[in-house]
Design a binder for this molecule. Structure first.
Ligand code: NAP
Ligand code: GDD
Length: 373
């Protein structure tokens, strides 16, 4: 029997990989999109027009649109990935973040109940390692207490608990994947990894002078998004509805990520100074085409990218997912992840036409001035 999946957040990094994954498994895939005045469907453009992939307008802030859509699609599985997902932006737009990331989860659950699908439709909720926030233990597992540390994390905490509540109150098959940071060539350009890989490529190709970052000491457990979407599906295929930590179990700092990314772009860096005075200085370049020279300061710290409260020590313990889902947390290593992102961005920056490149450099300049959204 063909299964039908509904994905909220289908235009995002994870939504695009999950769509590919489910289409490969023979699913009928439906995705929710929002109206926008510009084209934002780049990540799923290659899927549009294929027979088993369908898009519908709806919005996480619009209950009626969700009730109608769930009734029309009659999904076997819902993957609730839609969110205002940028932590720093949640300090600027906390109410919107709460509406979409917290109440939005409730709206999905109620849309399923309103359509009397609670016994047949399974729901995956995109929970997050940000729930651990100001961490109470390292590494973090399914039993680690939560201590959310941003408006984003507080909203996601509601999502986590309302999923658990509906599982217990109405016997629904709904679960959270507590996913640690996962990145890719499709990662949004203002998350730190992609900001770094794009800047390294632009600096190597002479299209940007300098990269401005915030807290270089922040530690993350970074995995590859393509590996992580498989887990979302595995969680819904598990015999019982349960929550799972999905992580690699390996931790690196923002500084380490930047050092390795610049190395793959042909630029060796050394770090000098501390805090706001810290700089990344070129010590060596590899390849004739690298457009910077020894002694250039290519990375600086800007307080614009500091957060009012920052989560600085995330490291996941994926033992349960490994044991119960048979998932391999290290199929893509940190080194491979950085390499594939830089290789992608080196090609992208080289291929962008001149006009697009001017826009990108202007954007990069804006970013440098502190508009990190
Ligand atoms: P992303 O690239 O930012 O994608 C977010 C998606 O949500 C986009 O498709 C966006 O649509 C959609 N969306 C936002 N507001 C909406 C609304 N009001 N109505 C309908 N759709 C809306 O995020 P991601 O990295 O793929 O992450 C997917 C999910 O996992 C998110 O819930 C995120 O919080 C969570 N998560 C991510 C990570 C990670 O490291 N990537 C880790 C843990 C948890 P538009 O394209 O129209 O903006
Ligand atoms: N964005 C950004 N920009 N972050 C920076 C910068 C910068 O210039 N400089 C340092 N950082 C630090 C942040 O302070 C944070 O500690 C860390 O780099 C990672 O930031 P992001 O890449 O923006 O990701 P995030 O960890 O805040 O949130 C992502 O992962 C969560 C899972 O832990 C998002 O995908 C969330 O949606 C997700 O829930």
């Amino acid at each position: 029997m063909t299964k039908t999946a509904l994905i909220t957040g289908v235009t995002g990094q994870d939504g695009s990989y999950l769509s590919e994954f489910l289409l490969d498994k023979g699913y009928e895939v439906h995705g929710i999109i929002r109206r926008s005045s510009v084209d934002y469907r780049e990540r799923i453009a290659h899927l549009e027009g294929t027979p088993h992939f369908h898009l519908h307008y709806a919005d996480m802030s619009d209950s009626m649109s969700l009730v109608k859509l769930v009734g029309k699609v009659q999904p076997d599985e819902i993957y609730n990935l839609a969110a205002q997902s940028h932590v720093q932006v949640s300090f600027d737009a906390p109410e919107f973040t709460a509406d979409v990331d917290a109440v939005g989860v409730l709206r999905i659950l109620e849309a399923v109940r309103t359509n009397h699908l609670e016994k047949t439709c399974k729901i995956y909720q995109a929970s997050t390692s940000e729930l651990y926030g100001k961490v109470e233990e390292v590494p973090q597992s399914e039993t680690t207490p939560f201590h959310p540390y941003s408006p984003y994390a507080v909203a996601k905490l509601y999502g986590y608990w309302i999923i658990k509540e509906y599982r217990e109150a109405y016997d629904m098959f709904c679960c959270s994947g507590i996913l640690f940071n996962h990145e890719s060539e499709r990662r949004g350009e203002t998350f730190v990894t992609r900001k770094i890989t794009l800047a390294a490529a632009r600096i190597a190709q002479g299209k940007q002078d300098r990269l401005y970052l915030g807290n270089l000491d922040s530690l993350r457990d970074w995995g590859y998004a393509k590996d992580y979407v498989e887990c979302m599906w595995l969680i819904l295929q598990h015999e019982t509805p349960e929550d799972f930590v999905i992580a690699t179990g390996v931790q690196h700092s923002v500084r380490e990520f930047a050092t390795l990314a610049f190395r793959h772009a042909g630029i060796e860096l050394r770090w000098e100074g501390e805090g706001i005075e810290e700089k990344g200085i070129v010590t060596n370049v590899q390849g004739d085409n690298v457009q910077c020279t020894k002694g250039d300061v290519v990375v600086r710290v800007s307080p614009d990218f500091y957060r009012p409260t920052d989560v600085v020590n995330l490291l996941g313990d994926p033992s349960k997912a490994k044991r119960e889902l048979g998932w391999n947390p290290q199929s893509t290593s940190f080194e491979q992840l950085v390499e594939l992102m830089v290789a992608h961005d080196m090609k992208k920056v080289a291929a962008d036409d001149a006009a697009a490149e001017i826009r990108k450099v202007n954007l990069a300049e804006f970013l440098e001035k502190g508009i990190d959204k």
